[in-house]
Design a protein around this ligand. Structure first.
Ligand code: ADP
Length: 427
């Protein structure tokens, strides 16, 4: 099957076309036919596509909305120029897998999209007002371009974390806030945490029940997840992706009283303070320079800038603090897994995070760590009691595979899961 994977943003559309099916999944022979993104939708859009041969093609076109962008993309895919002989017509694209940010408590698994499912995704808009509406627009654009019969699947950033128990997902605020407004920890980056956990199982040849790991997705957004018996039991992001680790421009954990204090002292509205915590904080906020870790590391090497150094220290210290907390919560783990742009590419950050964890049995192997750039590798010595691995993430592949599984009926729910247990909890 040829699966089109879509990630629809407010003015961008990221995509991949992946050939896969049940047999290919079993043999890990999925094939990426092309990938890329369309940016600045709504004006003169920029389209960048990487072909199967890793050639980069760049175009511009006036694309008013997501439907027009999708149509442009599909027209290119079926053209001779794409050099994808498997896909010569619309009918050669067999399904679409959509990344959907928030599934609330309704969606604990990926799901075939029906009108009822679409309604469920709409119900979650309150929880992700910036993201779910764009994801819905993407789904509707597919219906418009391909017609309503093409199977579409929704894969949620939140669903992997629906296994988190009540004592870890509830905030200690008045219970009616949970009941009335669904205020609780949801967690994000679920597709990435799940993907690297699945890879870890394959690499180590362990069963789901034997999988006890802490996964770190360190990109522009950063999160850590405690995984016990193969299931997420706690995660650093919360009600929104603002909580937890220090990120490129997001603060992560802060004292909630800072919000009011900052608003009063700086003469800002609550919305403005929230924007400041989301877009002006984190690595950018402390360093005053950039949110880009690669640039910060270079700056540290070239000029030993104090604020750059402290930004990196705060980033790594916070990550290490979560390792300690999660080890305690889980009763120990077998491995820590690093992924995302920083996690996959930066031996120096991994080394700083793992520093001083010998007490937990983690012995970093310097050479292995240096070698592990964008590849799957154990970076601890063989006699470590707590291992560390680098495992590059591939969220699009997981979305494509989930799409196949949903269509083949091998998993999952066919309608939103209005769990009676959760209904009960809220009463
Ligand atoms: P996103 O969360 O937007 O998908 P990525 O996962 O691509 O982002 O991660 C982006 C981050 O990864 C940036 O901070 C970037 O500087 C960092 N990064 C990429 N390559 C390196 C590198 N070689 N060394 C350190 N950081 C890197």
């Amino acid at each position: 099957m040829n699966i089109l994977v879509l990630n629809s943003g407010s003015s961008s559309l990221k995509f991949q076309l992946i050939a896969t099916d049940v047999d290919r999944i079993a043999q890990e022979r999925d094939e990426r036919l092309c990938r890329g993104q369309i940016e600045r939708i709504g004006g003169e859009a920029i389209i960048v596509i990487e072909t199967r041969d890793k050639e980069h093609k760049k175009f511009t076109a006036s694309l008013p909305d997501i439907s027009a962008s999708l149509e442009y993309l599909v027209r290119w895919i079926v053209s001779d120029e794409s050099e994808i002989p498997e896909v010569r017509a619309l009918a050669d694209i067999h399904a679409v897998g959509n990344r959907v940010v928030h599934g609330g408590e309704l969606f604990a698994e990926s799901i075939l999209i029906t009108d009822e499912v679409l309604k469920g995704i709409e119900e979650c808009i309150d929880l992700a007002p910036l993201h779910n509406p764009n994801n819905i627009k993407g789904i509707l654009a597919v219906r418009q371009v391909f017609g309503p019969k093409l199977p579409q699947v929704a894969v949620f950033d939140t669903s992997f974390h629906q296994s988190i128990p009540e004592h870890a997902f509830l905030y200690a605020v008045p219970y009616h806030l949970y009941r009335r407004h669904h205020i609780r920890r949801y967690g994000f980056h679920g597709t990435s945490h799940r993907y690297v956990t699945d890879r870890y199982r394959s690499i180590r040849g362990v069963t789901r029940e034997q999988t006890h790991v802490i996964t770190f997705h360190l990109g522009n957004g950063c999160s850590a997840t405690a995984i016990r018996n193969g299931c997420s039991v706690d995660t650093s992001m919360g009600m929104t992706p603002l909580e937890g680790l220090v990120m490129g421009t997001r603060s992560g954990d802060i004292d909630p009283a800072i919000v009011n204090l900052t608003a009063t002292k700086e003469g800002l509205s609550l919305h403005e303070v929230e924007a400041l915590l989301n877009t002006q904080s984190g690595l950018l906020g402390i360093s005053g320079l950039t949110n880009d870790m690669r640039v910060l590391l270079q700056e540290l090497e070239d000029h030993d800038d104090r604020r750059v150094r402290v930004a990196i220290e705060v980033f790594c210290y916070r990550a290490r603090k979560y390792i300690g907390a999660f080890l305690a919560c889980m009763g120990g783990a077998d491995a820590i897994i690093f992924t995302g742009g920083i996690g996959e590419n930066s031996p120096s950050i991994r080394q700083r995070i793992c520093q001083g964890l010998e007490w937990a049995g983690l012995k970093l192997d310097k050479d292995r760590n240096e070698e592990a750039i964008r590849l799957e590798k154990q970076i601890t010595t063989d006699d470590s009691a707590l291992h560390a691995f680098v495992i590059p993430t591939d969220e699009e592949l997981l979305i494509a595979r989930d799409t196949v599984r949903c269509i083949e009926g091998n998993t999952v729910a066919s309608q939103p899961q209005r769990s009676s247990k959760l209904e009960e909890l809220r009463t």
